[in-house]
Design a protein around this ligand. Sequence first.
Ligand SMILES: Cc1ncc(COP(=O)(O)O)c(C=O)c1O
Length: 438
Amino acid sequence: MSAHPGTRDRTHGGANSLARHGAQAADSSRERLYERAAAVQSANRVRRFRSMGVDLIIGRREGYRLEDISGRAYWDCHLNGGTYSFGHRHPTLTKALLEALETLDVGNHHFVSPARVALAEALTASAPGQMKAAVFTPSGAEATDVAVKSARWATGRRSVIAIDRGYHGRSGISGAAGDDEAARYFLSDDPETYLKVPFNDLDAMERALESRDVACVLMETIPATYGFPPPDEGYLAAVAGLCRAYGAAYIADEVQTGLGRTGSLWGCSAFGVAPDMMITGKALSGGLYPVSACLLGPRYAGWLDENGWGYVSTFGGAEPGCVVGAEALKLAQAPATADNVSRLSARFADAFADMRRRHACLRQVRQTGLVIGLVFDGPDGGVRAMKHFFDHGVWAIFASFDPRTLQFKPGLLLTDAEVNEICERMDNALTDMERTES
Ligand SMILES: Cc1ncc(COP(=O)(O)O)c(C=O)c1O
């Protein structure tokens, strides 16, 4: 079997100088593209990925497969944090977008729009607890900002508690609520206001809530960039209880765990949490048109009654995104999707249990439905595994806040045959990893 699914092998007909010529031309244009990207975008990002042996430049994409511009193919098991949970260019979602573009454009954010109202109604009705309103934003980071501002407005308090090694985006508020070092880099850290507590430490959470007037607790249901450590039994519900006791809002960040990925429509509800506000994004866009949202319970939606322009964004709630979002939500709610997630979850659980028995480098499997963290031997185990999987045609990225761990987020609509192929490739990659590193 070739190392990559569907590889168009450039060395075929090796004696053929024309083919060699073509390959050299492709390599030099690839090099040139890297140089241009490094010059006008992020040189550091270009360097870092290449130094880790991951040199993907995405060309064609369909379903759960990506092709590099060279023709090398990969199973996408990162899906941009679940942005492509339903696959790349899902036919229903693509059709909805193309049809929308026959009559719609971004729209005007000042005015009512049928597409925006329809998505707001569908999202609020789907959410756990009692959600009164939706505020649409272009990104998950901005939806986080809206949630924190709404908590501050409702409580009259300023402090925010977030999880140490949580990630909610890189805007001003969401960034300060995330990794301190990253916020400090741009002089945007504010540790007096943004308190950090370890995940799964209920005592630390209560001490932080006691220590000052806290507006909200910002909680990723399963912290993604930290490598998907599952919440301890009862932890999230207990945090929600503490929030109630101390008058703070519980904000569930469902950007990665929402829309069916854990086996429930919204991950937090499976853990017994009805949040005061909820953030969604990524898969809501179908990977086709940016749309994210903050859903607000009655207390926190109050400002929408008195201040129509408290949050303003030209592209927040852009109409094509709302059309796609409504279709993506329907896909997530379809019983067939939940059935598939449950079947695939069991298949991956079996496959990883088997791999763990045979590959000592795979130390731990953290799984909640199709939210899967694979913990490897050594402090950079996830980084090394990423490269070996990549070489075998499977793309999944390591967890930045715990580089022992690989974030493995397979598609919700994969078939059994596709799962088998992905697992076979991963198994071979682990054999290689052990052989080359021993
Ligand atoms: C859990 C979580 N919340 C929020 C965000 C921010 O979303 P965006 O990149 O759309 O700003 C992300 C992005 O990766 C995320 O993983």
